[in-house]
Design a protein around this ligand. Structure first.
Ligand code: FAD
Length: 441
């Protein structure tokens, strides 16, 4: 396609985002001296920008661990706070000297395609080709504000997109006409705004207010020992579906203690809207509120679509399922020379991201080849079907029910043994964790 822009060509590999996924990618691709563009002034992504003071990891720390960088206190059974996760990530990035690749306060505002137009056709009967082609395939526009706002274009052979599924773009409810937040006299904010408040500002927000409403009605805290029935929180779907869609959550401290005191009230409703003094539910009951906090999640695919050019942004999600068809959770068969890390969910997203970055690095190094585009599409279609069969929440793109299978296939493709334990007894009876995926096993 070509481009008349003045590109900076500093590396073959560009990485967008410096959360867990971007840092994992930078470490595994360090031999290419990648450039990592990070929109903010720090690494850590959601753990820095979408966390409340009480936010903790929901995964045991020994599972949310890089294979070659153990947590200092890995046997500690408590769940680390988001501050501890940031410290751990910082320790990892410093230990492996990857911070030098990160350009902070550098937001990628546009991505352009420089490759062959033929490769943009929907179903070409061809191979995907090498990740490194010997010429630039993507250009990215990077906005900085130091001291003035400028945009600089960079060109890369291979791009790794790690901009995260959460954060940045809130998913907001759609209300019937004249029933949106404009008619409400109180304050409405999304959890992303709330997470940006410091402790004092958060305290001031509710100080002196008579009422608060938390609008995450369909929250399914599926720990059956808890009084879910008592509080009308028992979901209608089976527990397995939550596991299969990575929707199991650890409760905040004192959650049901506060509920017992009547300081947290619950209301199940699939539809609700605003009235002047609060919110109204589909059963016509009303709740008065001063502050409505929308804990309604994020729109990760919107973020991606806003960045990628046509025709690729229309291909991002499978038109039937809405899932991103990612081979090995990483390569979109129809989008050349680009990888997406951090888009599939599992019990430990850090482990998923790290293993896939190892796979990517070996693919870029030419240790193995990808199957044909047709075969990759067959594989992704099969996985989407499994997800659709297992849970109605398949759009979350969670592989928890077959993540070991996925890891086995990734290992085999990389030329590693898929049985990672020292002997068959351990293989049969001990659980897998990140450290089983160190290279020298
Ligand atoms: C509250 C919360 C709790 C969670 N708990 C768990 C858990 O217990 N276990 C688990 O496995 N997972 C958990 N997750 C999922 C979590 O998102 C992943 O574990 C992981 O941290 C995601 O990392 P990431 O790098 O893919 O994305 P992010 O952390 O979102 O990082 C993306 C980075 O890209 C940057 N960026 C975005 N757009 C641009 C752009 N245009 N240009 C440049 N930079 C850009 C962002 O600033 C950010 O730094 C949780 C998520 C949240 C929000």
């Amino acid at each position: 396609m070509g481009s008349k822009k003045n590109h900076v060509n500093v590396s073959k590999v560009g990485i967008i985002g410096a959360g867990i996924s971007g840092i994992a990618a930078a470490k595994q691709l360090a031999h290419y001296r990648p450039v990592v563009f990070e929109a903010t002034d720090s690494i850590g992504g959601v753990w820095k920008h979408c966390s409340f003071s009480s936010t903790k990891l929901q995964t045991p720390r020994c599972d949310y661990e890089f294979s070659d960088y153990p947590w200092p206190d890995r046997d500690n059974s408590t769940f680390p706070s988001h501050f501890e996760i940031l410290d751990y990530l910082h320790g990892y990035a410093t230990h492996f000297d990857v911070l030098k690749y990160v350009k902070f306060n550098s937001k990628v505002v546009e991505v352009g395609y420089l490759g062959e137009p033929a490769e943009t056709l929907p179903l070409p009967p061809r191979d995907y080709g090498n990740l490194l082609r010997g010429h630039s395939v993507w250009e990215v526009a990077v906005q900085t504000h130091q001291p003035d706002t400028t945009v600089q274009w960079y060109a890369f052979e291979f791009l790794v997109v790690c901009i995260g599924k959460y954060g940045d773009i809130p998913k907001l409810p759609i209300f019937p006409p004249n029933r949106g937040q404009e008619i409400f006299g109180g304050k409405v904010l999304h959890s992303i705004d709330y997470s940006k408040l410091d402790t004092e500002a958060a305290r001031q927000l509710v100080k002196g207010k008579k009422r608060r409403a938390i609008s995450k009605f369909i929250e399914t805290y599926l720990v059956w020992k808890l009084p879910l029935v008592k509080y009308g929180l028992k979901p209608d779907h089976p527990f397995e579906e939550d596991y299969a869609s990575c929707q199991m959550a650890i409760l905040p401290e004192n959650f049901f203690v506060e509920a017992e005191k009547g300081r947290i009230l619950f209301k199940r409703a699939s539809q609700w809207w605003f009235w002047s003094r609060g919110i109204e539910f589909e059963d016509s009951t009303r709740l008065e509120a001063d502050v409505v906090l929308l804990a309604t999640g994020y729109d990760g695919s919107k973020k991606l679509k806003a960045l990628l050019p046509e025709p690729f942004c229309s291909l991002i999600q499978d038109s039937n399922s809405g899932i991103m068809p990612l081979y090995r959770g990483t390569i979109h068969p129809l989008i050349p020379n680009i990888a997406f890390v951090g888009y599939i969910e599992s019990v430990s997203n850090l482990h998923s991201a790290e293993l896939r970055c190892k796979w990517l690095a070996r693919l870029a190094d030419g240790h193995f080849k990808l199957p044909t585009i047709h075969k990759m599409l067959q594989q992704t279609t099969k996985e989407i079907e499994v997800m659709k069969r297992t849970t109605r929440f398949y759009k979350r793109h969670c592989i928890s029910t077959f993540s070991i299978n996925h890891s086995d296939e990734i290992c085999e493709e990389m030329g590693w043994k898929s049985w990672r334990k020292k002997n068959w007894l351990l293989e049969a009876f001990s659980p897998y964790n990140s450290q089983d995926y160190q290279e020298d096993k």
